[in-house]
Write a protein that binds this ligand. Structure first.
Ligand code: ZN
Length: 320
């Protein structure tokens, strides 16, 4: 709604409906001021929900649609999820087609006048990884680079500030505080990778979630599936990855909490058939955080946990 449109609607409602109805103008959209109560945020993934909580603090109530272990590429909103979204003051999602089956429901919510925010879509294209699989699309897994995720935190702080101008200073302060914590975990990961011999700095996982992580922290990344899990890995993918692991004697490969471990188990068997033993180095949290209350149940804990798991597996198993 542009300013002229809003003015016209205001005039019309004063004339025809009286003052009470005028309070409804802009309901659910950004024109409303939420400074007098907490903002109801509905977030798609556990990672986006964590971001909303870190930036919004006690001034937001956050409900996440996807639990731990849920794959966002395949997630479809249930009737209950749609009802939850319809009650939101704002729906926050990652965007860049991460939530590949939710485009229609986002459009429906927008049509109903509910505010939405794709936290990844304010990031300049030049900082995004192009998708080899889908031309013109970008890799959506930006949160696995803590510095890129700072930009998403800024986007959320700006939007919450616009919704509740009375609390803008607090949202900006909380965003900055989270940003400082992101700097710390980023430095931790950059330091940790140095323990791994350069030739062994390879992360083999179920799907290509770790491209940004690899770029940021110095790992080569090999996903069995592409940047989406919508297509299952075939025998050729398993053999391609197994050959690479065996030839380069990569000591460990990893499963992901939101993807079936079958594909990685098949790679392990195929590597064994080539006369080399590779271990499953652990479970990484790529597209979903762990359960609340666990060390990897928050974004900051997750990045540290993934880094420790990767570094330990690639160093401990090395030399065997
Ligand atoms: Zn993914």
């Amino acid at each position: 709604m542009d300013a002229t449109d809003l003015l016209r609607r205001l005039v019309l409602c004063f004339v025809f409906a009286g003052l009470a109805a005028c309070a409804k103008v802009g309901s659910g959209s950004q024109e409303r001021d939420f400074s007098d109560r907490s903002i109801r945020v509905v977030a798609t993934t556990t990672v986006v929900a964590d971001l909303a909580r870190m930036v919004g603090g006690t001034l937001v109530s956050v409900e996440g649609l996807m639990g731990p272990g849920v794959d966002p590429h395949l997630f479809k909103a249930s009737a209950r999820d749609v009802a939850t979204m319809a009650e939101a003051d704002i729906i926050m999602y990652n965007g860049l087609h991460l939530e590949g089956k939710m485009a229609d429901v986002f459009a429906e919510m927008q049509a109903r006048g509910i505010a939405t925010l794709a936290v990844a879509e304010g990031i300049p294209d030049t900082l995004l990884r192009e998708s080899a699989l889908f031309q013109g699309n970008y890799d959506p897994h930006i949160w696995l680079d803590a510095i890129l995720w700072k930009r998403a935190a800024h986007v959320v702080a700006q939007r919450l500030s616009a919704m509740a101008p009375g609390h803008a200073d607090l949202f900006v302060a909380q965003g900055n505080s989270f940003g400082a914590a992101l700097d710390t975990v980023h430095a931790y990961a950059q330091q940790a990778v140095r323990r791994v011999a350069p030739a062994q700095r390879v992360i083999v996982t179920s799907h290509d979630a770790f491209g940004y992580y690899g770029d940021a922290y110095g790992f080569e990344v090999v996903g069995l599936q592409g940047i989406s899990t919508a297509t299952e890995a075939g025998t050729a993918d398993v053999q391609r990855v197994a050959r690479m692991v065996a030839e380069r004697r990569i000591p460990a490969i990893f499963i992901e909490s939101s993807v079936s471990p079958r594909g990685i188990a098949a790679v392990r068997e195929a590597v064994r058939a080539r006369g080399f033993e590779v271990v499953i180095g652990g479970t990484l949290f790529g597209d979903a955080l762990d359960a609340p209350g666990t060390p990897s149940g928050t974004y900051l804990g997750m990045l540290r946990y993934n880094t420790d798991t990767i570094v330990e597996a690639l160093t401990n198993a090395g030399g065997h």
